[in-house]
Design a protein around this ligand. Structure first.
Ligand code: PFF
Length: 449
């Protein structure tokens, strides 16, 4: 069964894919990873990876998806019927997406919960010393409250996906993405006008290479792939919905630029405020849930408004990303089993929510269960951010560069020879040589370090 779904226009495709790309990765993970590995130095390496490897991967997934008109497990063999084994790459991507969504739901649940905690005044009541705010977060995240918010968030995602590709995903993204930009700009203005904000800007843009370790470079790669939602078949599925006349190169470039700008804006919204209030920018994952509430509390009454805006922003970003994962898993399930979309989405919702609840509990009551020395949550976090996406990304570019017939790649990339010829040579060269070598070098050195 081939797919008949499609986005309604180029703008719709871009908005939906930007919605997938812009998420917790940009606003939650990027600033703290950047803080950990030296601010501007990390930013430079990150931008190189995003444009050199990430965007080319996105184009590769679009080419494969749109050409094959299948979900990942069938897409690879559809383009090389004599090499059925390549279906395993699609399977790897889908399994990765499944774990990512389950783990993503946990963080999204915290985010949704913190909108409530902020609105109700509970966060504001904690005052401006660090300890009560961190204790509050550890009690919150290790308790059972996040499970309620996780389920609410997942239901919201399910509801949108049930609306369909155009009426659900595309329309929601077209509304929520501009909202997100406005919210982030409001926060940037507030942050930049705080006393001493300039130190935060300097930190983000002036590189300190001494903090950029091998692990930092691997983290930059993992972050680049995660942020663009590539290396797990999601963009392949969205690629299969891209209208036939859309220019793949331009579409991918738009998405890459928007995603990167929003990550940088998140840094601009966060670092100046953090520096202005005298906190440590390398606050780790707690940056958003511990340091920022503290920053907001130092702003007095208006702080509660900015805090609520911030957590709504984070939730909106998470929602449009979660729906892309839910959609890709649903479409795959439906294609393989022939089930109706509603039932498929319901099954994916149930399974990922259940696993999400287990991951959520593994932060608290189940934290004694360890895999390779990590809690279940940290274990999947490492798998999702460091190992699986780069591996799947590597296999995808190898497929595109070396296995898929070149005539088909060229035909799809250039819309039957009508557009994008100028960039085809560079695209192919990067997909065949630069991206695989870079991916292998960074993966091997990161694993050995
Ligand atoms: N790109 C999203 C983010 O930056 O938060 C996360 C994500 C969504 C990763 C979809 C992977 C994915 F398939």
């Amino acid at each position: 069964m081939t797919q008949q779904k499609s986005f309604s226009s180029n703008l719709g495709a871009i908005m939906a894919a930007v919605g997938s790309a812009v998420g917790l990765g940009n606003i939650w993970r990027f600033p703290y990873t950047c803080g950990k590995y030296g601010g501007g130095a990390f930013l430079i390496v990150y931008i190189c990876f995003v444009f050199l490897i990430g965007s080319v991967l996105m184009m590769s997934e679009f080419v494969i998806g749109r050409r094959a008109q299948h979900t990942p497990i069938k897409a690879f063999p559809a383009l090389r019927p004599d090499r059925k084994g390549w279906g395993l790459v699609g399977l790897l991507g889908i399994v990765t997406s499944f774990f990512i969504l389950s783990q993503y739901l946990v963080l999204s649940g915290w985010t949704t919960g913190y909108i409530w905690e902020s609105l109700s005044g509970s966060l504001a009541a904690l005052g401006t010393s660090a300890a009560p705010i961190s204790n509050y977060f550890s009690q919150f995240s290790t308790g059972t409250k996040p499970i309620l918010f996780l389920v609410i968030f997942a239901l919201l995602g399910l509801f949108i996906v049930l609306g369909g590709v155009q009426k659900g995903i595309e329309n929601v993204s077209k509304v929520l993405m501009p909202v997100l930009v406005v919210l982030i700009l409001v926060l940037c203005v507030r942050s930049l006008t705080l006393p001493g904000a300039v130190k935060g800007v300097e930190y983000l843009f002036s590189p300190d290479f001494s903090k950029l370790t091998g692990e930092g470079i691997l983290a930059a790669l993992g972050q680049a792939l995660f942020s663009l939602s590539v290396g797990m078949g999601i963009m392949l599925v969205y690629g299969s919905y891209i209208p036939v006349n859309d220019n793949i190169f331009k579409t991918a470039m738009w998405i890459t630029v928007c995603d990167t700008l929003i990550a940088i804006l998140a840094g601009v919204a966060i670092f100046p405020a953090v520096f202005s209030c005298g906190f440590d920018p390398a606050g780790g994952p707690g940056l958003v849930f511990c340091v920022l509430p503290n920053v907001f509390n130092t702003m007095g009454g208006a702080g509660q408004v900015f805090s609520t805006i911030f957590f709504i922003l984070l939730m909106v970003a998470a929602l449009t990303s979660a729906i892309s994962l839910l959609e890709a898993l649903t479409a795959t399930l439906c294609e393989h089993t022939g089930t109706r979309r509603g039932i498929g989405a319901g099954i994916v919702f149930l399974l990922t929510t259940l696993l999400g609840v287990v991951f959520s509990l593994s932060v608290g009551p189940l934290s004694h269960i360890k895999l390779a020395g990590y809690t279940l949550f940290d274990f999947v976090d490492r798998l999702n951010s460091i190992y699986l996406p780069p591996l799947c990304a590597l296999l995808t570019v190898i497929f595109l560069g070396w296995v898929m017939p070149e005539t088909e790649v060229l035909d799809e990339f250039t819309n039957h020879g009508t557009v994008g010829r100028r960039f085809y040579g560079v695209f192919r060269f990067v997909a065949r040589y630069v991206a695989p070598v870079a991916l292998i070098v960074v993966m091997v050195s990161g694993i050995l370090s």
